[in-house]
Design a protein around this ligand. Structure first.
Ligand code: PLP
Length: 371
């Protein structure tokens, strides 16, 4: 048997929403209202309501969301920000660009998120914030991180790029720190037709500064600037894509969960490390990431069988040349490093059939065997 299983199916996503999206696109193009208009507002309202936050601010990318919210929280030179090296580069990039120092803490093997038990040892008199990354569709161990932040008077900035609609016991991301940043990059659970992002915050002053920073630091008056900012408007065309898709997001996430649950039960006895979800967290299964010492062999086997897979992330951030001086080199984050060597993300998306999920699980079992 040979079945093709794609990693993501953007064409079918579009087909599912084109009846509402096509007229919205035509209307925007003929209206001439191209940026920060009613579709931006609608998207902000939908997400602020669902996440239960006071403010949602559309920006140009998830990276800009993190950068702008960190600047709005006064992260800058002299500050240390505790984070993970097992992440997409943007998390660390924005901290460095603001002149602050990223401090890496190792991760937990099974959740692949920052390990709260290792955070306190990294705190110094310069530590200003913890920047946890909610990874692959679930939140970090947020209660433990909140307790540490409170004890040491640190702010929390949530990297929620991969985690729209994530919550811990019903409290959604965006409510655990000063602000959270979401990405709408093409391949996210909610993806634009290009770049997009959003900041969530309950803090009025952070909201005020983010609104200003996304248009060059412009304050109450046009062409008067309060601080050095960015150009980070979200196009109305992108907001319309996102509004049309968000109507489907619960249904799409439910299908991701069905596929993930199938993998969890079918692969329970396979010779692999499976992803673990913390107690109280939902999981929106942005990725389903397994670990095996024979990762490259498994990846090749799946490829031969028509199954796409991907490595997130092959080299942790502290081992990339531009970031090396922030860390303590190879060997300093043993769990992060081994997970990077052994991780493989397998297809988990809303347009997979259960037959495809069964085929993927069967081919993995055939290759790795039982424990
Ligand atoms: C963990 C994480 N942080 C930040 C980002 C940056 O988001 P964007 O690609 O929208 O700039 C991403 C997305 O790729 C991400 O996965």
């Amino acid at each position: 048997m040979h079945v093709n299983v794609q990693f993501i199916d953007l064409k079918t996503q579009y087909e599912e929403v084109r009846a509402t999206l096509d007229p919205a696109i035509a209307e925007i193009l003929s209206s001439g209202a191209y940026v920060l208009g009613k579709h931006n507002k609608e998207l902000e309202n939908i997400i602020a309501t669902r996440h239960g936050v006071k403010h949602a601010i559309c920006v140009n990318s998830g990276t800009d969301a993190l950068r702008i919210m960190a600047q709005a929280c006064d992260i800058g030179p002299g500050d240390e920000v505790i984070t993970t090296a097992f992440t997409f580069v943007a998390t660390v990039e924005v901290v460095a660009q603001l002149g602050a120092t990223p401090v890496f803490v190792d991760i937990d093997r099974e959740t692949m998120c920052i390990d709260p038990a290792k955070i306190e040892a990294a705190i110094t008199s310069k530590t200003k914030a913890i920047l946890p990354v909610h990874l692959f569709g679930q939140m970090v161990d947020i209660t433990a991180i909140q307790a540490i932040a409170e004890k040491h008077n640190l702010i929390i900035l949530e990297d929620s790029a991969q985690n729209i609609y994530s919550h811990h016991n019903g409290v959604y991301t965006g409510n655990f720190g000063k602000a959270a940043g979401i990405s709408f990059y093409v391949t996210k659970n909610l993806g634009a037709a290009g770049d997009g992002g959003m900041i969530l915050t309950n803090d009025d002053e952070v909201n005020r500064r983010c609104l200003s920073l996304r248009i060059h630091g412009m304050g109450r008056e046009r062409y008067y600037y309060d601080e050095i900012g960015y150009t980070s408007r979200l196009a109305e065309l992108q907001a319309a894509v996102l509004v049309s898709k968000i109507a489907k997001l619960d249904e799409w996430n439910a299908q991701r969960e069905k596929v993930a649950n199938h993998y969890l039960s079918e692969l329970a006895d396979a010779n692999l490390i499976l992803p673990h979800t913390y107690e109280g967290n939902n999981n929106v299964w942005h990725q389903f990431t397994i670990q095996t010492p024979d990762r490259d062999g498994l990846m090749n086997h799946l490829k031969e069988k028509g199954i796409a897979s991907a490595i997130f992330y092959p080299v942790p951030i502290h081992m990339h040349e531009p970031y090396a001086h922030f860390g303590a080199g190879k060997g300093s984050l043993p769990i992060t490093e081994i997970v990077s060597e052994q991780c493989l993300s397998i297809p988990v998306h809303q347009h997979m059939t259960m037959e495809q999920a069964a085929y993927v699980a069967q081919e993995i079992k055939a290759y790795v065997g039982l424990k």
